[in-house]
Design a protein around this ligand. Structure first.
Ligand SMILES: [Zn+2]
Length: 158
């Protein structure tokens, strides 16, 4: 099982490297949130209307997968002060115990552990409250090609 996992990780790593090379579009979270991961199992960061955060896990084809004991904690680094977030299972996903603090344009740092004893993977999300004009998704979950980069529309030479 361990070697299998290691091989899987190697394959994922190679795939991830390819994805970067081809500058693939960011994956669109099925709930409208941001996919944090580059390989499956994917984790989606989604801010609900009441500003609580839901983390949902998906397989390679972005089909939801049940929780398998993942542990997620987070820190919302709001301008008004940092707020620690803990997540508990609810409806097959992990939901934060507190809503995101007021304000906009701050970093949410998430630590995702596959199991309580696993090493955490750290993800950072720049939280924006507004909606993207182009893809109509929440700005923090924008999937536009040029998200966060300069426009490259006239670079299509092939
Ligand atoms: Zn967009």
């Amino acid at each position: 099982m361990k070697t299998n996992l290691r091989q899987l990780l190697l394959v994922s790593f190679t795939l991830a490297a390819c994805a970067v090379a081809f500058a693939a579009k960011p994956l669109a979270g099925p709930k409208g949130g941001k996919i944090l991961t580059t390989d499956a199992p994917h984790a989606e960061f989604f801010v609900e209307k009441n500003r609580t955060v839901t983390i949902t896990f998906y397989d390679t084809s972005l089909k939801p997968i049940p929780l398998t004991g993942q542990v997620v904690t987070g820190v919302a680094e709001a301008k008004t002060g940092k707020v620690g977030l803990e997540f508990s299972a609810k409806g097959g996903a992990l939901v934060s115990n507190f809503p995101l603090p007021k304000g906009d344009d701050y970093t949410v740092v998430l630590q995702v552990r596959e199991t309580a004893s696993a090493r955490p993977k750290v993800y950072r999300v720049q939280f924006h409250d507004e909606v993207c004009d182009e893809c109509k998704r929440a700005e923090y979950a924008c999937v536009c090609d040029d998200a966060g980069k300069e426009h490259e529309h006239d670079k299509k030479k092939e």
